[in-house]
Design a protein around this ligand. Structure first.
Ligand code: MLT
Length: 302
């Protein structure tokens, strides 16, 4: 009988089906396998018993990969399991950056005591006017599971989509609408696109990739969206670009104090994968991967 431990509970469904020895714990002592969502495992003692770690999510930057490799611990993630949840938030982020939905809602709430709100609203609505995303150019950096879904959805919304990914597989390319332009170098995305969204993992090679020089290449009035990882973006450079009017909006799913409340930013608290469906999908996929490994010896990211 195997011992499964879970750090940062992920979702009910997969875990409930797991087995009677599943425990929710902060200690890994005695565990054969660990399921983890966002808890940072760096610096944690990895017991000798540990055979596998499964990350319920795509990114593995909260797992000490080198230590796991050294101890022969197999690491799984759940690629694509939460991609739809993230895609939908990216679309919402583009719309929030284009239409002053948040400002309009706030104004209606704060002015509702002032006489005939419907009449005043008609006069006020000019100041909440926005622009449409249809017909605009969207650049997607990274065409993995999330990038592909965003690309296809954005073409359906009438956007002209440019995708850049130096590692795109033939399978992934087949999943993309034929209307998507494949760009050979990222600078073409910077120079051409009205909206730019990043969907790459955090690696040494991608850390800080959206820096001052990259932003300088971008079109004036660009909207930058970051639902991937905060450290991909040099946020000091972003704040300077917002201040200078070079960048119109910075939409980020990472609530760093630096950007929260800053003019031109739209910040959410890492909600991309926080839907019931995504959490269930990740939990189920992670559990299946671990069970298949422990019980059958298979090493397979679903
Ligand atoms: C991911 O890497 O897929 C996300 O960070 C998942 C999450 O929000 O837990």
């Amino acid at each position: 009988m195997f011992q499964y431990h879970c750090l940062n509970p992920i979702a009910g469904v997969g875990l409930a089906n797991f087995n009677e020895n599943y425990q929710q714990t902060e200690s890994l002592e005695g565990a054969d396998a660990v399921l983890v969502r966002s808890a940072a495992m760096h610096g944690m003692e990895l017991p000798k018993s540990l055979l596998a770690v499964a990350r319920a999510g795509a990114g593995v930057n909260n797992i000490p990969l080198a230590d796991c490799a050294e101890q022969g611990i197999v690491v799984f993630n759940t690629p694509g399991a939460n991609a739809n949840g993230v895609k939908e938030l990216v679309l919402a982020g583009m719309l929030l950056a284009s239409r002053d939905i948040a400002g309009g809602i706030e104004w209606v709430k704060s002015d509702k005591e002032d006489g005939d709100i419907a009449k005043t609203a008609e006069k006020q609505k000019k100041k909440f006017a926005g622009c449409e995303i249809s017909g605009k150019k969207l650049g997607i950096i990274g065409l993995g599971a999330i990038g592909q879904l965003v690309a296809n959805a954005a073409t359906h919304l009438g956007m002209e989509v440019y995708g850049y990914d130096p590692y795109i597989s033939v399978d992934a390319a087949w999943n993309l609408s034929r209307d998507i332009h494949h760009i050979q170098n990222v600078e073409d995305i910077y120079r051409n696109c009205d909206y730019i969204t990043i969907h790459v993992p955090l690696l040494d090679s991608t850390k800080g990739m959206i820096n001052k020089a990259a932003i300088e290449e971008m079109k004036d009035g660009v909207v930058l969206l970051n639902y991937a990882r905060d450290l991909l973006v040099d946020e000091d450079a972003v704040l300077a670009a917002l201040k200078a009017g070079k960048m119109k909006k910075y939409v980020t799913d990472f609530a760093n104090p630096k950007v929260v409340g800053a003019e031109g930013t739209i910040v959410t608290p890492h909600l991309g994968a926080s839907t019931k469906e995504s959490e269930d999908n990740c939990a189920v996929m992670a559990v299946k991967e671990i069970r298949d490994f422990l019980e059958n010896g298979n090493i397979k990211n679903s």
